[in-house]
Design a binder for this molecule. Structure first.
Ligand code: SF4
Ligand code: SF4
Length: 134
């Protein structure tokens, strides 16, 4: 959807096109239809089109909206313990190897804890050198 929007008062007079200092507005006459066109990459958001429009047809506020547009939405995998987001399903399919796939989906912190809990019990024995340093 275009950020440059006009309401149904637009009569196609082309005042906005002729007065745009950035050549961000254009039009296309095809058969029996006129289409007003806007190029966001050229637009300076100066408001000149809005000022010169005799019909008050330009809804300029949409050009000033700093909104985020959703581009793509993908399935997300979360840590099975804490629910922290980890990676998307397509990322998993491309980059996570078979060994990791076979284990539970765990964030780095819980993966570490799981690995630590599986380590064999070890006793720390003081060597003579350690005793000398005391
Ligand atoms: S100046 Fe206003 S009425 Fe004329 S073409 Fe532009 S938007 Fe439509
Ligand atoms: S805001 Fe300014 S640069 Fe953008 S279309 Fe209107 S007149 Fe052109």
């Amino acid at each position: 959807m275009s950020y440059f929007r006009v309401n149904d008062k637009c009569n196609g007079c082309l005042s906005c096109v002729e007065n745009c200092p950035a050549s961000a507005l254009s039009y296309n006459d095809r058969v029996d239809q006129r289409t007003l066109q806007h190029n966001m990459t050229k637009c300076a958001r100066c408001g000149q089109c809005w000022r010169v429009c005799p019909q008050e047809a330009i809804e300029f506020q949409h050009l000033l909206t700093g909104q985020w547009d959703d581009v793509v939405t993908l399935d997300l995998l979360r840590c099975q313990v804490c629910g922290e987001p980890m990676y998307t399903t397509p990322y998993q399919q491309k980059f996570i190897n078979e060994a990791d796939l076979s284990s539970h989906a765990l964030c780095p912190q819980h993966r570490q804890r799981q690995a630590a809990s599986k380590r064999p019990f070890s006793i720390s024995v003081k060597t003579p050198s350690k005793l000398e340093n005391k």
